[in-house]
Design a binder for this molecule. Structure first.
Ligand code: SF4
Ligand code: FES
Length: 349
């Protein structure tokens, strides 16, 4: 099936979602995603960050879809045409979703362990407003101790359900979930039970915000002061493939390896995560080279590059598609406005 996203066409298998197709294309067409996680079955459809505009439904039924669609749960159709970053409607919707997500979210970044690698922080950086229109009181919760390894800050939770899915799909006997409904919804354990099983630490890695953080790393360092290295060990419980976050020679934190979409590649066990902070426990493979563009890796971002195309017939070096687009500057909006004034107007100099 052929689908086109922001003018870039790609062939996909039936059953592919719009978000997956966009990720295959890569770059700026990829919608942000806070609740979808490719390794968790049934995830997605909760946060509405990934809304896109379907300008043409399919070859068979070319009518546009009237509402913006959640790309993580909408399947591609042959001939579908989708607008993501290029659509002003989508941009406006992302701004509104960000504003809603921030309604109850505290301005905790200066003291939050997730700051620097927080998906909501990145989303706000791109789509957030500098001030809030919310004058009501934010939600507050009684602190709850959910065990020795994981710290819960319920007021930071965006109810994406990823941690609940980790518990459902990776661990036996889930003891936590979303309690209550509507504005009162909260992540909690049943009668304050401690979350205690071998893979529970993965909830920390999938939490897109700082609602679930690692107690063994709590307030140790800002994440941007740590250097991430790929490391592995012989582990009887999991693959033992992790990222260790080092400050000098000290391992301050161990996490699963995350890809360019900030999703865990392989889930790791609590033994690797919490109990092996000695460098001698690990075989260090080398610096972690590949991550989502985020606050911690500004100017340090290594992303997969498209291969250079050489037309062998004529032995012409065509270069990379992405570079060609940049040079032709087709994506530049000359009608862009700042504070209501066209960017190119003389008013702005
Ligand atoms: S605690 Fe984190 S992972 Fe769990 S629902 Fe809230 S935001 Fe999502
Ligand atoms: S990522 Fe699609 S709705 Fe959350």
């Amino acid at each position: 099936m052929k689908v086109t996203i922001d003018g870039q066409a790609i062939e996909v298998e039936p059953g592919t979602t719009i978000l997956q197709a966009a990720r295959m294309i890569g770059g700026e067409v990829v919608p942000p995603a806070m609740c979808y996680h490719s390794k968790l079955k049934g995830s997605g459809g909760k946060c509405r960050c990934c809304l896109v505009e379907v300008a043409k439904g399919s070859e068979a039924d070319p009518r546009p879809m009237p509402k913006l669609m959640a790309s993580c749960v909408t399947g591609c159709q042959d001939g579908m045409e989708i607008n993501s970053k290029s659509s002003p409607r989508v941009q406006e919707a992302r701004k509104s979703v960000t504003e809603f997500l921030l309604i109850n979210h505290p301005l905790d970044c200066p003291v939050c362990d997730q700051a620097g690698e927080c998906d909501l922080q990145n989303l706000s950086f791109e789509h957030g407003k500098s001030e809030s229109r919310f004058i009501e009181e934010k939600r507050t919760f009684e602190p709850e101790d959910i065990g020795p390894n994981i710290q819960l800050h319920m007021n930071r939770c965006i109810l994406c359900y990823r941690c609940v899915m980790v518990a459902d799909q990776l661990t036996d006997n889930r003891v936590h979930g979303v309690m209550d409904r509507g504005d009162h919804s909260n992540i909690s354990t049943c009668i304050s039970k401690a979350i205690d099983n071998e893979f529970s630490g993965n909830m920390i890695d999938v939490c897109p915000v700082g609602a679930l953080t690692d107690k063994t790393f709590r307030f140790k360092s800002r994440v941007w002061f740590n250097k991430p290295y790929d490391a592995h060990r012989d582990c009887p419980t999991c693959s033992g493939k992790t990222t260790v976050w080092m400050f000098g020679n000290e391992i301050q934190r161990v996490t699963g390896r995350k890809d360019e979409f900030h999703e865990v590649e392989e889930f790791i066990c609590n033994g690797c995560r919490f109990d092996h902070k000695d460098v001698n426990d690990w075989v260090i493979e080398g610096p972690r080279a590949f991550e989502k563009d985020s606050v911690i890796n500004q100017n340090n971002y290594v992303k997969k590059l498209e291969t250079v195309v050489i037309n062998t017939e004529e032995t012409i070096l065509l270069g990379r598609e992405v570079d060609r687009k940049k040079i032709s500057m087709a994506e530049i909006d000359y009608n862009e406005k700042i504070d209501g004034n066209p960017v190119n107007s003389t008013k702005n100099g």
